[in-house]
Design a binder for this molecule. Sequence first.
Ligand SMILES: NC(=O)c1ccc[n+]([C@@H]2O[C@H](COP(=O)([O-])OP(=O)(O)OC[C@H]3O[C@@H](n4cnc5c(N)ncnc54)[C@H](OP(=O)(O)O)[C@@H]3O)[C@@H](O)[C@H]2O)c1
Length: 296
Amino acid sequence: MKEANLLDGRLVAHQIHRETMEVVQKLRQHGVQPSVVFIRVGQFPPSELYVRMKQKKAQELGIKSQVISFAEDVSQNEVLEKLYQLNQDPSIHGILVQLPLPSHLSEKEIALAIDPKKDIDGFHPINLGKMLLGEKDCFYPCTPLGIQELLKRYNIEIEGKEVVILGRSNIVGKPMAALLLQKSKYANATVTIVHSFSQNIKEHCQRADILIAAMGKARFVTKDFVKAGAVVVDVGVSRVADASSHKGFKIVGDVDFDEIKKIASWITPNPGGVGPMTIAMLLSNTVKAAELSLFS
Ligand SMILES: NC(=O)c1ccc[n+]([C@@H]2O[C@H](COP(=O)([O-])OP(=O)(O)OC[C@H]3O[C@@H](n4cnc5c(N)ncnc54)[C@H](OP(=O)(O)O)[C@@H]3O)[C@@H](O)[C@H]2O)c1
């Protein structure tokens, strides 16, 4: 049997960035430069890296960006004050607070404090609710949106298909399910979510035409979970010890890529699949926020 084709997130993200850049240029002709603020708290190396990557890409696309870094012991009020100030500033179109936050801060309260019109991460309850209703004048969470876009651009049939999602987080699993079961194009799927209380996880997965793994459990999904010809999307990012790497670890996904590529029809590489799509959708959301601001 032929090996799976790659759902190349880097390639598709590159196309989306080009489209985003064209919108940035059009907005500039109307005197608007899209602008985003990234907020970081404490010193958590993966978060620092993610923010650096997002900021670099924003700058390449002509989006103005700024990073605000708070110390680990910043108070909830200080963060909220800053958010209220940024909400009021008409020159700022998008605000992103990089997660995770230290445990003394309430992620829920912080998500609520961001103006939904600037919530480019799509985590505000108003945006999540609008997404559930299938409305378009809002922001959808970037990782699920990026996965749907990746499937769409590779013409993967979603309608009527069995989709199984491993993981039910508010930022990946639940919004992913909501997007793919919408009564609309590139959706209309039959969706199952499994989580840590689910029974017979492997049997659910074996039914999937499209399997989306978002658990953060290194190589949990082995070949015996996957139906021949299935489409497999690997969202997971886990560190595992690796003596051959100078860092002492390497990053792996939730999926045993080398084995599953032998039986799947399509598979995301990891890295190079979902990650670049998440950043592409974030910057596309930023530009959408700037466009919507012209009409509000
Ligand atoms: N590449 C990207 O752009 C990107 C973006 C976001 C996240 N990620 C990665 O994707 C992964 C998931 O992220 P997240 O924020 O959704 O994680 P999360 O909040 O930790 O959620 C993990 C989900 O997986 C479920 N789960 C964990 N272990 C399980 C098991 N043994 N059996 C069944 N279900 C299990 C949990 O079930 P319960 O609800 O029952 O606890 C939970 O619903 C992480 O590795 C994260 O780093 C990548």
